[in-house]
Design a protein around this ligand. Structure first.
Ligand SMILES: Nc1ncnc2c1ncn2[C@@H]1O[C@H](COP(=O)(O)OP(=O)(O)OP(=O)(O)O)[C@@H](O)[C@H]1O
Ligand SMILES: [Mg+2]
Length: 394
């Protein structure tokens, strides 16, 4: 089931919706008010997810203007720039709408598009529309001229209490409830990034047990939900191949998660391709186990990550609430348990010279004997096997 991202749904509309950035809001209001008197451009800079892009949209909305976005290649395209600049006055009288120009993420302009910065400076000098520029980091040398041409306004990391309040308001509107401690945790670990917090909140709200969202933080690892999102929604690249390195989960279990959630994301052709990848994984898996070809693990990993990710034609947007592979997971865990029981019975059988099958059958009885540490040592049981015995003992 795909729903909209809460970050989109609760995107600020008016200045009053922008939280924790009072000073910056004042400055941009003033910039718009005084625009005619010289100041042509403003640079909103600061960390991710703090409201820079949102603020540009809000500014346009507040003064009933159209927001005109320019990217690096537009900037180098002087024809396009002229189009934007020259007919502006005429258009204005037609649509009765002013324009605000947004150059978003100017620090993303690559070396190749470097000329773009020069064009941008030229644009600032000649513009009849306010220009809003955003950046995470504006201190690079290549922006030294640009910095002189615009007012710099820094957005700060958003205080965790403000983040928490925003989250509570969203939950209220969604008619959902999440434990206060979990909210505090999400808010703190967002480190001032409200977008990250809202994304985590949406994930938490979609989980049967929202506290699960916090587990990955403890291990400083990526959670499976993020990994699924990256695989199913994103464009596969080199980093996709390494994705599973940062998940603390055996590959077999990752496979179950992917299998369970393929139909939630893919349709038609994509679905067929993704399942095809899974069947290939299965082939490798069998070879790995039968022939102990451990290097096939690499293929298994690649098919599951890159393979499944590339089954789609286009990147996907929106929010999908992924499901835990309940039924299959149980089977898997159960198989693992049976596996352990078998290996213990085998060791026992060898030691006392009885058949393995008999040892398995008599497991409930011999268990009493097997829980003794000295016996475990004598039989050379592995840690996992000991753990299994302790568990069934309780
Ligand atoms: N100050 C804020 N007040 C209210 N909502 C915010 C604020 N900052 C971020 N958000 C939420 O996070 C989303 C993303 O914010 P935005 O796109 O403005 O971040 P940004 O500062 O431009 O980040 P980046 O540097 O990654 O581009 C918004 O749609 C909104 O839901
Ligand atoms: Mg932005």
């Amino acid at each position: 089931m795909t729903t909209t991202n809460w970050t989109e749904k609760y995107r600020p509309t008016y200045f009053i919706d922008i939280r924790g950035q009072e000073l910056a809001v004042e400055k941009i209001k003033e910039f718009i008010r005084k625009f005619r008197k010289g100041e042509k451009a403003i640079i909103l800079h600061g960390p991710s997810g703090t409201g820079k892009t949102a603020m540009a949209y809000v500014a346009a909305k507040e003064i009933h203007s159209e927001l005109f976005e320019l990217n690096a290649s537009d900037l180098r395209n002087s024809q396009k720039l002229r189009e934007i600049l020259s007919p502006a006055t005429k258009q204005k009288s037609l649509t009765k709408k002013g324009k605000i120009i947004l150059v978003d993420e100017v620090d993303g302009i690559s070396e190749v598009d470097r000329g773009g910065v020069t064009e941008l400076i030229r644009l600032i000098e000649s513009t009849s529309h306010p220009i809003i520029i955003t950046a995470n980091d504006i201190w690079g040398k290549k922006f030294s001229e640009l910095r002189k041409k615009a007012e710099l306004v820094q957005l700060k990391e958003i205080d965790y209490r403000t983040i928490k309040n925003v989250m509570i308001e969203i939950l209220r509107k969604e008619r959902k409830f999440i434990d206060n401690d979990i909210l505090t945790n999400i808010a703190i670990r967002a480190k001032g990034d409200l977008r990250a917090a809202i994304n985590d909140l949406q994930t938490a709200a979609s989980l049967e047990d929202p506290s699960q969202i916090l587990f990955d933080e403890r291990n400083k690892e990526m959670d499976i939900f993020t990994a699924l999102r990256l695989i199913f929604k994103g464009k596969p690249d080199k980093s996709t191949l390494r994705l599973f390195d940062s998940i603390n989960m055996p590959i077999d279990q990752i496979l179950l998660w992917i299998e369970e959630n393929i139909p939630a994301e893919y349709q038609g052709e994509e679905l067929a391709k993704a399942y095809d990848m899974l069947s290939k994984v299965d082939i490798f898996k069998r070879r790995i186990y039968r022939q102990q070809y451990w290097r096939f693990l690499v293929y298994e990993n690649a098919l599951l990550s890159y393979g499944v990710s590339s089954a789609k034609t286009n990147e996907k947007t929106g929010f999908t609430s992924y499901k835990k592979p309940t039924r299959i997971l149980k089977i898997w865990l159960n198989n693992r348990r049976i596996e352990k029981k078998k290996s213990i019975a085998k060791k026992y059988a060898r030691y006392v010279h009885v058949g393995e099958k008999r040892a398995l059958r008599e497991f409930p009885t011999i268990k009493q004997f097997l829980i003794k540490p000295e016996v475990q040592k004598e039989l050379r049981l592995s840690e996992e096997e000991v753990e299994y015995l302790n568990k069934i003992e309780q």
